[in-house]
Design a protein around this ligand. Sequence first.
Ligand code: HEM
Length: 397
Amino acid sequence: MTEAAVCPVPHENRTHPLGAPAGFEEAISDGPVKMIWPNGVEGWVISSYAGVRQVLSDKRFSASRDGAPTMRTEGETVIDDSVPGNMNAMDGEEHLRLRRPLSRGFMVKRMAEMRPLIQKIVDEHLDEMERKGAPADLVSSVCLPVPSLVIAELLGVPHEYQALFQATAKELLGKNGSKDEYEAKAAELGAVIGKVVAEKKASGDTGDMIGLMVNETDFDMDELMMLAIGLLVAGHETTSNFFGLFTLTLFERPDQLEILKRDPSRADVIVEELMRYTIGRLSGAGIQRKAIEDVEVDGVTIKAGEWAVISLHANLDEELCPRAGELDLERKAVSHLGFGFGPHQCLGANLARAELQILLQSLFRRFPNIRPAVPVTEMSFREDMITYGASAIPVVW
Ligand code: HEM
């Protein structure tokens, strides 16, 4: 098999704000293709449904991000492998040691208990948006604050620290900071978490994530801090961006929005289809894995030491479902890859699902005539290695 020519990874200039980076779909149309990233590292882009599942579940690929292809240039790396407790970059037993106890904090029962709380947080933010009046920015009014407050509750940050937690989290999650700035902000947030840890230790409480980590695991303090901050980072911008992107997708498709308005009790299935389609439609190449031995994927050999970078464009592969390129909110839920697959599959998927369902149901029930104040093509969007989203969504109702 001859190797394909290496082209630069398309990662900007989307032809539509809800579409893939310009040239990406054409570049992947013939199967795996080798691309080069802005930091000079090459990777094989895998975008078929079967290929993505293989890469994400095959033990011959490591999740270590050491030397990975990335959009970031020197000095901008945010969290790397050297940080203790960065489970997303770990393999095997080392990964499971951290993941297993945390998954208890995300059990279905705990998520069901959190629903009334999520509803309350959402309602308060929608009340405030209504009180201030139109036009409003959906991102700053709802998309950003709701997920960070929900994570504060999940972690068990008491109410008296939540404003501080929220403020430092907001700064920490600001884009394009240098590694030094990131570490300074993480240290501030760490101080808040440190107080919570001391209180949980004293009370022996195991009813929330920090209590569970403090009182029922052997995690050391560095790991515990990183895991708490990691949950905030992993669960905040993703949920926030996707709520905005789902809303914009629905604004673009009034026929589909009608389906949600007609039967909001189907929000669970509707969120799965929005997730499948929206992520599939806008994804470039994102999640990296390093081959630790030669592996054949979709007809190419990824040699030991080479990178596979998967694209969740795989959600639009006809192998997953018929008419995969179309949004159909009446579709039954299918096994899409929006939350990943395999040992690193999103730990917070059920929490994100609950948040997105409640947010969508509540927004359109409360504001049935809500609509964008400017065309989506005039809104500004933020690019990042993993997440992409609208910086602001001006709305009227
Ligand atoms: C719409 C929202 C979300 C999306 C689209 C999303 C997507 C993903 C994806 C694709 C992965 C796999 C990454 C990989 O294989 O390297 C992942 C992992 C992860 N996610 Fe999410 N996520 C979301 C929300 C959340 C939330 C709310 C939390 C927690 C509060 C969370 C916590 C995590 C964690 C801890 C991991 C790493 C798991 C591991 O390495 O074992 N995510 N997420």
